[in-house]
Design a protein around this ligand. Sequence first.
Ligand SMILES: [Zn+2]
Length: 66
Amino acid sequence: MPIFEFKCEECGEKFEKLVYSNEEICCPKCGSKNLKKLISLFATSGIEQGSSGCSSCSGGNCSSCH
Ligand SMILES: [Zn+2]
């Protein structure tokens, strides 16, 4: 199971959370869903990340993504 690190765009809280498929994540501090996914601590080499990101950036916009 992948663990993702999120940052809340509302209050700036950073937290890690296990993410199951398409689960909605809320900030544990303020409850906002306005979150930014930072990194997957579990991602190794492109295993089912649900996006076009690669293992080195997870954002889909670096030189090794395509
Ligand atoms: Zn928050």
